[in-house]
Design a protein around this ligand. Structure first.
Ligand code: SF4
Length: 678
């Protein structure tokens, strides 16, 4: 028997742990942690330990398929690709290139995302390319670009170890990013003070020094309240504010009305706890903020992110070792998919598609004329499909039929499309709707790179062959580009693709596979000699001066009513990942969290006569699902929580598709709902 160990990067959360895939006679048999990996330090979470389990699952897509007579039937690659080219060519000629949209993927590599956006722009002639960052951190990108000029973690994951105060909000870090949570525990062991602000009790909030529970949708109020306390108590870092920022007077004017009493009335956070949190955060020298989707997934998500940036800047807690503002990105390569240009308004490296200089640069490099108008976001594309204006989509590795809000309407929009092609590793709920399905290779079956949440570019190394006739997404994207008659898709390896991407993307200019095989490099890495950047904004912000944004609290788009008296919030659990495509096919993970549930506070459950484990119907204006009640004091009175992983009771049947007007992120974290015995 031949056994080998292949070092690669975890396909789950954005932490980016490295581990060895154990291969025996060409089959994956296990995962072994990597002791020298600076992120995981030889440990993994339960998802990482089981990252081999889905790869050889019998459900893997092995052959291309075309829908005939309502059924998906096996065909050859030639037939499947011919059908895609014929349909998109017909639709483009009849309705124009902007009648087609392409979805890139946070589960695909940087090289694949680079090729997918190039496919949309250069081969199809549209900027209609987006991916699921639209649903998780689009507001981080827009908010931090406004405040700092760069939408990413300002520090590195290992720096959490030495923080003296960590303010965690909208992130259940120990379950959603377990190895980052482990770093926070190390800091705690060394004496750091931890503040958690969350509507739910989380594993970290139970051991924190201060646990504040806000009503969902009231975050700007408590953040502005903290800033007012910091100003009133003379805790502003005056020198930092004077030298490094602008528009502080405008911020002062806005926050003056956010008295602790008023904030308590809005958020439910006791005033003395808010004062304590403000003092603790402001007075500690090394203070880090970590936030995730509890902050971003709101109809005012961009303003919320700007409010977080205000808090960091007013105290000068930014641009230093173990001191900064850190959005924790959800999926393995959601940071990289953004960096690689999987966004409708931005080329790779956040260069604007409507900037004539950037457009000319990419036209010259790719040898084609490019569209100059920003394309449709994912959320707007679905609305356009519903209106009959968007006619075709090519979706790489996204399961929109579970991940997007208001699934009832989304399903109607998908069914309105004249043509849908899906490239995936499993027959997802979205693939079931497609006219053509192409089988893709997963992370273990290809080379490439992911960029983790702390901007580190990490290698994937091929361990086994894809099953059946499945092909890596980069091979599929190149083939499609060539068949559509576009130049610039002749690549023989992902390393070659990265070379082109690096040549056009300033913060990746120093990246190549040879270098990152030997060392961890984080962008910006502008030259081949550069050692990468651990901490952003050390001397000045990416945009020069940091900009304070005077943002006001605004209520969620949907508030509880007599008919729908609860606030529903959604999220993740430790054992499942995203839409469950991979984890639900991993026996040990599925064994631990096999079914959907709704968390409801004990007093609310008692009032409604609902017992723990009983089946209940949860409904919103948009739909209804039936699932088990989990009666717990982890969730505050008047709120309920449902993890969004489960297709059989998809939380997103209930969620609100109301959008943040700036980033177009939907309000997945707040909607009105009712609960009744099923
Ligand atoms: S923390 Fe995230 S990256 Fe690390 S092993 Fe767990 S799921 Fe994978």
């Amino acid at each position: 028997m031949s056994v080998k160990h292949v070092l690669t990067t975890c396909p789950y959360c954005g932490t980016g742990c490295n581990f060895f895939l154990q291969v025996a006679d060409g089959r994956l048999v296990g995962v072994v942690p990597c002791k020298t990996d600076e992120i995981s330090l030889g440990r993994l979470c339960i998802k990482g330990y089981n990252a081999h389990a889905f790869v050889q699952h019998p459900d893997r897509l092995k052959h291309p398929m075309i829908r005939e007579g309502g059924q998906l039937k096996q065909v050859t690659w030639e037939q499947a690709m011919d059908r895609i080219v014929k349909e998109v060519t017909r639709i483009r000629e009849k309705f124009g290139p902007d009648s087609i949209a392409v979805l890139a993927s946070a589960k695909c590599t940087n090289e694949e995302n680079y090729l997918i956006q190039k496919l949309a722009r250069a081969a199809l002639g549209t900027n209609n390319v987006d991916h699921c960052a639209r649903l998780c951190h689009a507001s981080t990108v827009s908010g931090l670009l406004y405040s700092f000029g760069s939408g990413a973690m300002t520090n590195t994951i290992p720096e959490f170890d030495n923080a003296e105060c960590i303010l965690i909000t909208g992130s259940n870090t120990l379950e959603a990013h377990p190895m980052i949570g482990a770093r926070m525990l190390r800091a705690l062991d060394k004496g750091a003070k931890i503040i958690v602000v969350d509507p739910r009790e989380t594993p970290l909030s139970r051991i924190s020094h201060l646990s504040l529970h806000q009503r969902p949708g009231t975050d700007i109020s408590w953040i502005n309240g903290m800033i007012k306390i910091i100003i009133d108590e003379g805790l502003v870092n005056e020198e930092f504010v004077k030298q490094r920022t602008t528009a502080f007077d405008e911020l002062k004017e806005v926050v003056k009305d956010y008295t602790a009493e008023k904030v308590e009335a809005t958020t439910g956070i006791p005033r003395e706890k808010l004062v304590e949190a403000a003092r603790l955060y402001a007075k500690t020298e090394k203070a880090m903020i970590a936030y995730a989707m509890g902050i971003t997934q709101h109809s005012n998500g961009t303003n919320l992110v700007k409010a977080m940036a205000n808090l960091a800047m007013v105290t000068g807690h930014i641009g230093k070792e173990s001191t900064g503002l850190n959005p924790l990105r959800g999926q393995c390569n959601v940071q990289g998919a953004c960096d690689a240009g999987g966004l409708p308004n931005l080329f790779p490296g956040y260069q604007r598609v409507d900037d004539p200089e950037s457009k000319a640069k990419f036209e010259k490099a790719w040898g084609v004329q490019l569209p100059g108008n920003p394309g449709l976001t994912l959320t707007c594309a679905m609305k356009e499909a519903m209106a009959g204006k968007l006619k075709a989509m090519i979706i790489f590795g996204e399961n929109v039929m579970i991940s997007d809000p208001d699934l009832g309407h989304l399903e109607e929009a998908i069914e309105e499309l004249e043509f849908l092609a899906v490239v995936d590793i499993f027959p997802t709920e979205t693939a079931q709707k497609a006219h053509v399905v192409l089988p893709a290779g997963c992370y273990a079956e290809k080379d490439g790179t992911f960029t983790s949440t702390d901007r580190a570019i990490r290698l994937l190394r091929k361990a086994v062959d894809p099953p059946g006739e499945a092909r890596a997404d980069w091979v599929i994207a190149c083939d499609l580009g060539k068949r559509l008659g576009s130049p610039g898709f002749d690549f023989s390896s992902p390393a070659e693709v990265m070379a082109e991407m690096a040549s056009l993307t300033p913060q990746y200019a120093g990246i190549d596979f040879g270098r990152i095989d030997k060392q961890v490099l984080r962008w910006p890495c502008p030259t081949k000699e550069h050692q990468g950047t651990r901490i952003l904004h050390t001397q000045k912000f990416t945009k020069g001066l940091g900009v304070f944004a005077p943002v006001e609290h605004a209520p969620p788009m949907e508030e509880p009513s007599e008919e729908y008296p609860f606030i529903l919030t959604t999220g993740r659990n430790l054992f499942q990942y995203h839409t469950g495509t991979m984890t639900r096919r991993s026996p040990k993970l599925e064994r631990e969290a096999p079914e959907p549930y709704v968390e409801i506070n004990g007093s609310d459950a008692k009032r409604l006569g609902i017992n723990d484990g009983e089946r209940v119907a949860v409904s919103s204006k948009r739909g209804s699902i039936t699932l088990k009640a989990r009666v717990t004091d982890r969730i505050i009175l008047g709120s309920i929580f449902i993890p969004f992983h489960y297709a059989e009771a998809a939380a997103n049947r209930l969620t609100n598709a109301a959008l943040d007007p700036i980033s177009n992120i939907p309000e997945l974290k707040v909607c009105a709902a009712k609960v009744a015995k099923a």
